[in-house]
Design a protein around this ligand. Sequence first.
Ligand code: PXP
Length: 239
Amino acid sequence: MAKLAINVDHVATLRQARGGTEPDPVAAAAIAELAGADGIIVHLREDRRHIQDRDLKLLRHTVKTRLNMEMAATDEMVAIALSLKPEVCTLVPEKRQELTTEGGLDVRMNLQVIEKAVARLQEAGIAVSLFIDPDPDQIKASNKIGADYVEIHTGSFAEAKDWKTEEQELIKIENSIKLASKLGMGVNAGHGLNYANIKKVAALGGIEEFNIGHSIISRAVFTGLDRAVRDMVDLIKYA
Ligand code: PXP
């Protein structure tokens, strides 16, 4: 069965709205783990708009499953990762003005910078995942520079406006899973996945871990986080 890792950035977004101390993403991570999450993800952005260095340091001590640090492939972020040693680092593109991560990494066009970051992290025993669009050229480039995992960007599938586009995007995801697996990389997937669309992607098989944030934290406002995590775990289990 595919695993579920929860992105708790949005809990930090709410805290930062008031600049205070609550809600605490560290507490959210503990509740998510108790409800069955297999991992916790945080994106330490260059502008620190949600997750703070303090959160990541505390999570390193408290997370009992796997800590996945999403980050840009910059010297600053690599240095932080090397000091905290999360189990996984997911390299993502980062633009200051974006509301959320908008597209996959262009591994082909930034081969040397990404390859250097991957090597430095792996030398420290950290597994590296590259967040990429479901594009065969990006998958081959990721394999060429030795990535342990690719995380397939499911945003275009999730945002498809009609069933035909959705179907086409799903086929791209399916082909990407097959290619990445054939090349020997682990396959994760995420972005825009929710309680309505998860089943179609989970039913494809071959995905090791789903990385989900917004839909679960949104539902948690109404149902509580424990229930929101359990409901998603069930959907993945029975897909
Ligand atoms: N995976 C990556 C690499 C992301 O950047 C994000 C968004 O922070 C997610 C997964 C989770 O996306 P969502 O919040 O839409 O579930």
